[in-house]
Design a protein around this ligand. Structure first.
Ligand code: ADP
Ligand code: MG
Length: 351
């Protein structure tokens, strides 16, 4: 990794106009984002669905333009350059392989377009097949490959052009857990071998934590924090980051029924839950559940609690440390508590 800046966002916003019934409204998909990504970094854009990750990536690729602000690629303002004049390539989640072409033809396609000579093309395809461990598969069609192999062909096709920057939008999202974990390791190894900048979009905090040199945590179009995995995990700078990174709460079945009166599965964000003493008063607009603190992690500005619920299951709670010290919060372990949150913060989810 070098100190050279590969990509810079200067106060970038992307505002969409949206029609809802007869009204025209606006969505601030990306909201005044400033960011510097270094050459050779494995950099992740992490955030929940709808937080502006894909829109940011599309603006780097040139598929979309900022409403205001500038995007620089190696110091050059590319805000108004078309995609093919930018030295970046994108790997999409759905791979977008040509079904009628072989693996080798899929990979060589970009080089053909660029009129690279046949001999050079074949040499580069062979090199890349070796890099993604698909030597021997060059004559197969995409339909004759597994999901993980298809993903590697998509990666090879993007890398064969030797771009300076590779953009990956949830590239492992379609794979099952085991294969995804295997591909995480492989993708990271490939990035280290080729040494180019990877910008990796994911909503999966664990994935971002294991793979990245640095992470930008997105929330509602804004970046809440940029840092190394250890920094965002151990020193979250906002309650959102403290709640999002490393944790999420999903409640269903009997526990859900006990809390809301319905067995519908719901999510509740850790920073929306208030940790109160047992027997605390409950307002009419709140849900509550009783439990016992099983684990405490002191994060400096915040503390993360794992609370075992009396009716089964557990919930993660994040509280700001206003006057408390690490000694104070540690005393919470084993204590009976009541968890309270506003009903409006509950999100019902399918499945
Ligand atoms: P993410 O990739 O983090 O899930 P996106 O960047 O796709 O988020 O979307 C951010 C926000 O912008 C969402 O509210 C989304 O609905 C909105 N959005 C994205 N693309 C468009 C579009 N073409 N028109 C209108 N709204 C859009
Ligand atoms: Mg997206």
């Amino acid at each position: 990794m070098s100190d050279q800046v590969a990509i810079e966002f200067r106060n970038v916003s992307r505002i969409f106009s949206v029609r809802h019934q007869d009204q025209v409204g606006t969505v601030r998909a990306v909201d005044d984002v400033s960011l510097k990504i270094r050459d050779g970094e494995f950099f992740s854009l992490l955030g929940p669905s709808g937080s502006g990750k894909t829109t940011s990536l599309r603006m780097i690729a040139g598929f979309d333009r900022p409403t205001s602000g500038q995007i620089l690629l190696y110091g050059q303002d590319v805000s108004n350059l078309p995609p093919y004049e930018r030295d970046v390539n994108t790997v999409f989640q759905d791979y977008a392989l040509f079904p009628h072409m072989t693996v080798a033809e899929n990979i060589a396609y970009g080089l053909m377009i660029k009129k690279v000579a046949k001999e050079e093309r074949e040499k580069r395809v062979d090199e890349i097949l070796d890099l993604v461990r698909l030597t021997g598969f060059s004559g197969r069609k995409p339909s004759q490959l597994s999901g993980g192999q298809r993903q590697r062909v998509a990666l090879a096709r993007a890398l064969v052009n030797h771009p300076k920057v590779l953009l990956l939008d949830e590239p492992l999202g379609a794979l099952d857990l085991k294969l995804r974990q295997q591909m995480q390791v492989e993708l990271k190894a490939i990035q280290q071998r080729v040494g180019i900048t990877f910008i990796f979009v994911t909503h999966d905090q664990e994935e971002a934590l294991t793979m990245s040199d640095r992470i930008a945590v997105f929330n509602q179009g804004k970046i809440e924090q940029v840092g190394t995995p250890a920094e965002v995990y151990e020193h979250p700078s906002t309650p959102f980051v403290a709640g999002f990174v490393g944790t999420s709460n999903l409640v269903d079945g009997e526990t859900a029924k006990h809390i809301t009166g319905s067995a519908s599965k719901f999510s509740i964000r850790p920073e929306k839950i208030h940790l109160a003493s047992s027997g605390a008063n409950v307002e009419a607009d709140m849900f509550f559940v009783d439990g016992k603190v099983r684990d405490v992690v002191y994060l400096g500005l915040y503390t993360r609690y794992l609370v075992e619920l009396s009716g089964g299951g557990d919930l993660v709670v994040v509280e700001q440390n206003l006057k408390t010290t690490s000694m104070d919060v540690m005393k919470a372990r084993g204590q009976a508590v009541r968890l309270l949150w506003k009903k409006e913060h509950v999100r019902y989810v399918e499945g």
